[in-house]
Design a protein. Structure first.
Ligand code: C5P
Length: 396
């Protein structure tokens, strides 16, 4: 997540059992290249030791407002930060934030900040649903504080319900997302993802090994960058990205119909789907019996959805994908020309399909640009930064 590399976060830890997850969160943020200055309330030190957090962050932990040698920790620490993240945020600390109280170092730091504040609530379900907490959380949202979670699930007290802090992985991702520049604010993106499934009979079909991960990562990255996203997806096992509109389809014909309906409204079309090139000419409604010694399937070519969109009289900005097994540059360049699109992202199918990370080469009028190996969300963000810049420049 290269754009987050120089970011600095104050990680505020308050006194709840979820404080143990803050250690993992600190580690994941550092791994993303984010500098972490931890600050703990006195109560938090009863749940996790400052020594643990100091060892992970490499920085002394701010705790006591009376023991700061420079005397102004609440000012200089918040000024140096790009964001303050409170994880976990107890009901008590949320109440303090909502009312602007500043009776310890961490709450004073929050009040003195001039950067975004993110809070990850963690508390018993009854405390979370209490009218006072509801009011306080609403107050924070109205004040522009970003509230991450909580999730529902098993609680340390043995009860079950809303109030669990989000897992560190999820928080690290949400924090990086908050740092994304809003390069696509106000833009409408239509994205296709996943494989298509072309029925042979009632139970069998032709499909491919596309997992949908790249397309879903692009949808998520586009949402983070402020776009209004519609994701048209073939069958995948992936959870739908938050805040994107999802449309599920099965076959290439259905995908084309879904695209046709929505394309007049789109500013950008990103075609990530691995659309099956052929479909059975006459799919059988019933399961075909295995009586014959040979079975011949007649296949008809599927429509090329991207080529259709790119050839519209007023096409949106089109981005295509190409998964090749060899001669990447040659095939990708030819494909970009044939489909008449401004930007094409190419990868080697053997490395890309189903895996969590990948390497992309972007082809546009200016030549080729390598996006080095990284997880698919990082690649998606880099691809969209490139696409947004071309789109802004008015490339066709
Ligand atoms: O399959 P091919 O290599 O031609 O795919 C290149 C691009 O065209 C991809 O972006 C893919 O989503 C799109 N495509 C399509 N409809 C097809 C085949 C490919 O939209 N029938």
């Amino acid at each position: 997540m290269e754009q987050a590399q120089t970011k600095r976060i104050v990680l505020g830890i308050t006194g709840g059992i979820a404080a143990y997850k803050a250690a993992e969160l600190a580690r994941l943020l550092l791994k993303q290249g984010i500098q972490v200055q931890a600050a703990m309330t006195e109560a938090a030190t009863h749940f996790i030791t400052p020594a643990t957090i100091q060892a992970l962050t490499g920085q002394p932990v701010l705790i006591d407002q009376w023991q700061d040698d420079k005397g102004m920790a609440h000012i200089h620490s918040s000024r140096a930060a790009d964001a303050i993240v409170i994880a976990p945020a107890t009901a008590d600390f949320i109440a303090k934030l909502a009312h602007g109280l500043a009776d310890d170092l961490l709450s004073t730091l929050c009040l003195a900040r001039d950067c975004p504040l993110l809070v990850a609530p963690a508390m018993n379900r009854q405390m979370w649903s209490n009218a006072a907490t509801r009011r306080n959380v609403q107050r924070l949202v109205a004040d522009g504080v970003i509230v991450l979670g909580p999730a529902s699930g098993a609680q340390a007290c043995g009860e079950e319900g809303m109030g669990r802090m989000l897992e560190a992985e999820q928080l690290a991702q949400d924090i990086a997302a908050a740092f994304q520049p809003k390069l696509l604010a106000g833009q409408k993106l239509l994205i296709t993802a996943g494989p298509t499934y072309e029925a042979i009979d009632a139970v069998r079909g032709i499909t491919n090994r596309s997992s949908g991960k790249m397309g879903y990562a692009i949808a998520q990255a586009a949402v983070e960058m402020g776009a209004a996203v519609t994701l048209i997806s073939g069958p995948t096992a992936l959870p739908k990205p938050h805040d994107a509109q999802s449309v599920d389809v099965t076959s290439a014909a259905e995908m084309l119909e879904a695209v046709k309906q929505r394309i007049p409204d789109a500013d950008m079309f990103i075609s990530v789907a691995a659309v099956a090139d052929y479909r059975p000419a006459q799919p059988s409604e019933q399961k075909i019996k295995k009586d014959a010694t040979t079975l011949v399937l007649e296949l008809h070519p599927n429509p090329d959805i991207l080529a259709y969109v790119a050839s519209l009289p007023k096409p949106p900005f089109c981005v295509g994908f190409a998964a090749e097994s060899e001669n990447l540059r040659e095939h990708a360049t030819a494909k970009r020309k044939k489909k008449n699109i401004p930007l094409l992202a190419a990868n080697l199918a053997q490395q890309a399909i189903g895996s969590d990370d990948n390497e992309l080469v972007l082809f546009d009028d200016a030549g080729e640009h390598l996006l080095p190996r990284a997880d698919k969300l990082t690649l998606a963000r880099a691809l969209l930064r490139h696409a947004a810049a071309l789109y802004k420049k008015g490339s066709r």
